[in-house]
Design a protein around this ligand. Structure first.
Ligand code: F6R
Length: 366
């Protein structure tokens, strides 16, 4: 049932090209000029009735929500707030019929997410679930559902659910932008053409895990690892750090690169591994200057960037490159080496990859 892989997690990492393909392909129009979400029957009036969107989720799904905020704000220009479900429930958020609440959950059974959904419905908000399990509690309770077609995810550490959540929030943002006409046909075509290429590109990022295995062996016994990035790279850094801590038990922290000097830089000393994501043009130079500050303290920097980048290599110790795509979509590629790094670090340390200590796949109790 593990299809020849040693663990479900590795199998599921390798299933990502198919999972992403199944989730996006039926939803892109043949001419790449629009997104088809037959599950939603929205029009401009309906969309304009929302003054605000909340995205509510836990763990990895919350990290997908952060990317969703970026996509929706950037493409559809609607304000979005992202909340951790267990916090959202208890902080009396301001919600009414002009609010859209999007919940994201792989299992569709996470108790905090489900409770947040019920509470927001009670307050009159419209609700939309993004989930992987057909007929799950969250799917049944929400007003509308968009399914991720990742297939069953068995490993406790979420991988293919995350990438399919990312493409789903991307499709949703494009759908909204299309309705609001705040994206040009040229830009739509450009993005959807790139989106079609993603499954094959994810495949390519999986082709040669050897450099990552080497890093895992080399740094697998370090006590701390830091992940840094800005903008979308920061969102992916958060997910990379979560993956590493949950399955390898290495203490990992993700920081917005610009936030380092407000405290964490004190922990950056000789030999500490720092994974630096640098893919976003608008903040690239800023990230580079943060990397230089880190190198000045003799930490080890592993940079992650796109194939066409030839400058990062000059200021880091190692570079991992992913295929070129639009910078909005690159999180789908940069997260893959981070998943593999967590996997191989866990193997190096002899951890039970599919069933990490103290964790359950579906958190149905508070
Ligand atoms: C981490 C992980 C968890 C889940 C979280 C939410 O790898 O899997 O953080 O993402 O428990 O679960 P769902 O998406 O089922 O609501």
């Amino acid at each position: 049932e593990k299809g020849g892989y040693e663990h479900f997690m590795l199998k599921e990492i390798h299933e990502q090209p198919k999972a992403v393909r199944d989730t996006v392909m039926p939803r892109i129009a043949k001419d790449n000029l629009s997104v088809i979400l037959n599950e939603l029957k929205w029009n401009k009036e309906y969309l304009d009735s929302f003054h605000k969107i909340f995205i509510v989720a836990c763990g990895t799904a919350y990290h997908a929500g952060l990317v969703g905020k970026y996509y929706i704000e950037k493409l559809a220009r609607i304000p979005v707030e992202v909340d951790i479900a267990s916090e959202f429930r208890y902080r009396s958020p301001i919600i009414d019929e002009h609010t859209l609440v999007i919940v994201i959950s792989q299992s569709g059974e996470t108790i905090d997410t489900l409770a947040a959904l019920k509470e927001t419905k009670r307050l009159g908000a419209k609700t939309l679930a993004i989930t992987n399990v057909v007929g799950s509690s969250i799917a049944r309770d929400a007003d509308e559902v968009i399914y991720t077609w990742a297939g069953p995810e068995i490993a406790v550490a979420s991988t293919k659910a995350y990438t399919t959540q990312l493409v789903t929030v991307f499709l949703l943002a494009m759908y909204m932008a299309g309705i609001k006409k705040c994206i040009s046909p040229e830009r739509t075509k450009q993005l959807l053409t790139q989106l079609r290429k993603l499954p094959d590109q994810i495949d390519r990022t999986l082709e040669d895990p050897e450099p990552i295995k080497t890093f895992a062996k080399k740094y697998g016994f370090n006590e701390d690892v830091f992940f840094i990035g800005r903008s979308l790279d920061y969102d992916v850094a958060l997910e990379g750090a979560l993956k590493l801590k949950e399955i390898s038990y290495i203490h990992a922290e993700a920081y917005a690169a610009g936030e380092l000097k407000h405290g964490t830089l004190a922990l950056i000393i000789e030999g500490v591994p720092v994974i630096a994501l640098a893919t976003q043009k608008s903040v690239y130079e800023k990230t580079i200057s943060n990397i230089k500050e880190i190198k000045a303290r003799d930490a080890i920097v592993i940079g992650i960037t796109s194939e066409s980048n030839d400058t990062l290599v000059k200021c880091v110790d190692h570079v991992i490159k992913v295929p070129n795509t639009d910078e909005l979509l690159i999180p789908l590629l940069t997260v893959v080496p981070l998943q593999l790094l967590a996997y191989y670090a866990a193997i190096t340390r002899g951890c039970d990859v599919d069933k990490p200590r103290n964790l359950a796949k579906s958190v149905t109790v508070e």
